[in-house]
Every structure is written in C-alpha cells, then in structure tokens.
Design a protein around this ligand. Structure first.
Ligand code: C5P
Length: 220
C-alpha cells in the first residue's frame, strides 16, 4: 500500500495519536501530529509571555519558530528551535491554553501551510481536528475517532500515571470537556466530522482492533 493519505480527526484524548503512530509503523508511513504543532507554539508563547489573545503576536512568533517532529523509535520527539520540548508541550499549562491559541485565523493559516508541506508526496497518517475537513480534504482515508468522555478521561488518567502525573480523574474529564467545547465552537475550522469520514467509536475497542479496522479500510 503506497503513498496514500490517512486523516484522523476527533475529540481530545480519543486515542488518535496512539492509533496513528501504530498505523504509520505498520504501513511504513510518516506520522504527523498536528496537535503537537499547536502545543509547541503555545509552549513558546507561554515561555515568552506572549499575549494569547493576539493573533498578530502569535503568528509573528510562529513565523520565527522552527517546529520539527522527529521520529524516535516508535514515538516522536518535538523540537522547538532545535530544543527538545517533547515533555514540556504536554504540561497542564500548555493543555489549558492551546485551544485559545489554535482558534486564531492567521495562526491556523500558517499551521495548515506547514502541515500540507509536511504531507506532500508521501504516505502519511496525520491526526488533529481539521485534517479531513481543511488540511487534507482529498485524503484517501478519513476517520473520525471518538470514545465516551468517561473512557477518554480514564485512558488519559492511566497514561498520566505511567508518566508520574497524578491529576484527579474528575479534573481530567473536565479539562477534556472544556477543550472539546472550545475546539468545536471556534469559528475557523472547528472540530467536526468531515461528511465523508468514517466514524470509529473506540469506547470498547482495543488498540489492536482499532488499528486493524483502519488498516483494513486503507487497504480497500
Ligand atoms: O491533539 P492534541 O490534543 O494534542 O491537540 C491540542 C490542541 O490543538 C487541540 O485541543 C486543539 O485546540 C488544537 N488543534 C487544532 N487543530 C488540529 C490539531 C490540534 O486546533 N489539527
């Protein structure tokens, strides 16, 4: 299976990146985590004290920022201006601020350009919120991945525990709901299922089952 594009969208913590990484590995494709790009900009904006309400300031900052997604074994490192910020972009402050940053028009325009450049001419699995609707509307395979909010909060809780982070479950659930609301209600490229995207509800599916289902769809 060579050179097709697989777009995976869906709400926060639905397992998109876990699944996308595995599919990319299975097919020998490149995985592109677009959420990490918005997180990278948010992290740098926080460090530099940039006004998160200003599309101008944020987009100027983005123009001066080099964001690199670097494949490392089975995962991916995120370099901001050459510095490894893989852990930092998952912090609570970044997670709390990223939806605001991602709602700005110029920021999104620049990000979408970068994402299309990254995807050009190769087999790609890209995950995010607007991949099937905006970034890669011609993707051969479009998936809209969901799971119940309780399941998503629980998965994030387990993942956090492994990383030594101990945010209460209720708090995680609230944060996920807040982010989904902000991402769904923003004016530009809100989170929504593309008309031609296949809905995959992973609530009671294993990682392997989801991977196999999507690979099967891709191979058709
Ligand atoms: O995928 P992840 O949860 O890391 O994304 C972080 C945030 O980045 C999302 O909550 C959303 O605000 C923004 N995002 C976006 N469009 C994308 C990917 C992420 O607006 N394609």
């Amino acid at each position: 299976l060579k050179g097709i594009t697989i777009a995976i969208d869906g709400p926060a913590a639905a397992g998109k990146s876990t699944i996308a990484k595995r599919i990319a590995k299975k097919l020998g494709y490149t995985y592109i985590d677009t959420g990490a790009m918005y997180r990278a900009l948010t992290h740098k904006a926080i460090v530099q004290g940039i006004n998160m309400d200003s599309d101008n300031e944020l987009s100027d900052l983005l123009r001066q920022t080099e964001i690199v997604l670097l494949p490392v074994n089975d995962t991916q490192a995120i370099l901001i201006d050459g510095e490894d910020c893989t852990e930092e972009i998952r912090s609570q402050s970044v997670t709390a601020g990223v939806s605001k940053v991602a709602a700005h028009g110029t920021v999104r325009k620049l990000m979408v350009e970068k994402q299309r450049d990254l995807a050009a001419g190769m087999g790609v699995v890209m995950d995010g919120r607007d991949i099937g609707t905006e970034v890669l509307p011609d993707a051969e395979v479009k998936i809209f991945m969901t799971a119940s909010v309780d399941e998503r909060a629980e998965r994030r809780f387990i993942e956090n525990t492994k990383r030594g982070i101990h945010t209460p479950l209720e708090e995680l659930k609230q944060a996920i709901e807040n982010r989904d609301k902000a991402d769904s209600e923003r004016e530009i490229s809100p989170l929504k299922r593309a008309e031609d995207a296949i809905l995959v509800d992973t609530t009671s599916m294993s990682i392997e089952e989801v991977v196999d289902e999507i690979v099967e769809i891709a191979e058709k």
